[in-house]
Write a protein that binds this ligand. Structure first.
Ligand SMILES: *Cc1c(COP(=O)(O)O)cnc(C)c1O
Length: 216
């Protein structure tokens, strides 16, 4: 399947999911996760009108960002090492994986154009995953919210993989409730296997790689 076909089929399922949930498709941002994909694949999706792309490793992303059209909105979705935060702050427009105060304080942007930020939550308290534990979220948000270089837009989670995507719903619902409780209108959850369920549970940013580009 070509990238154009993959993208079209994802767009169709997004439209159906929005219809079934009574949501306006303009509320859902499709972030095409292009990690491990060559620039050609990005350009193929771009040709079809895709403008939001997600990368998870800075070193891999830099040459792609430099080679790609300027009107792409780049989302950093991977683990963010503190010593890379400044560079991510320069190159990306959105960062989904904020989970450390030191990282956030290293991002320097003109306060008139802050980077859009999501706080990653380790909702299911999995050892191998980054993110703030739910019990620490209150304190974390109070500490970082005033940072002038980041405009905090919402919460993000990387769900557990389930054979049956219906099983992703409870965690999605909890994350959405948490985001709403903190006054965030946005929430980043849902990947190739469960973005339909994510949209139905109120996700505003789905991060989809394999379903568009094929296996990495
Ligand atoms: C790789 C990745 C995705 C996309 O995963 P797919 O299953 O290929 O859609 C989404 N979010 C994050 C944080 C990722 O690292």
């Amino acid at each position: 399947m070509s990238v154009a076909d993959g993208l079209r089929s994802v767009q169709d399922r997004i439209a159906d999911a929005c219809l079934s949930a009574g949501r306006d498709p303009s509320e859902v941002c499709l972030v095409a996760v292009s990690k491990s994909q060559p620039i050609e694949a990005i350009l193929e999706a771009y040709e079809q009108g895709q403008r939001h792309f997600g990368e998870s490793r800075l070193q891999e992303a830099i040459p792609k960002i430099q080679a790609a059209p300027e009107d792409i909105v780049w989302h950093f979705i991977g683990r963010l090492q503190t010593n890379k935060a400044a560079r991510v702050g320069e190159l990306f427009q959105v960062v989904h994986s904020l989970d450390k105060q030191e990282q956030i304080s290293r991002i320097r942007r003109d306060p008139s154009s802050p980077i859009a930020g999501f706080i990653q939550v380790n909702l299911e308290e999995e050892q191998q995953k980054g993110g703030i534990l739910p019990g620490d979220l209150d304190k974390f948000i109070k500490t970082v919210l005033q940072c002038p270089s980041v405009r905090f837009r919402g919460l993000m989670m990387i769900g557990r993989f389930h054979e049956n995507p219906e099983e992703s719903r409870p965690a999605f619902r909890t994350l959405k409730e948490l985001a709403t409780r903190y006054g965030f209108g946005e929430a980043s959850f849902g990947m190739s296997g469960d973005y339909v369920q994510a949209i139905q549970e109120g996700s505003t940013h789905i991060r989809v790689g394999t379903a568009i580009f094929g296996q990495r």
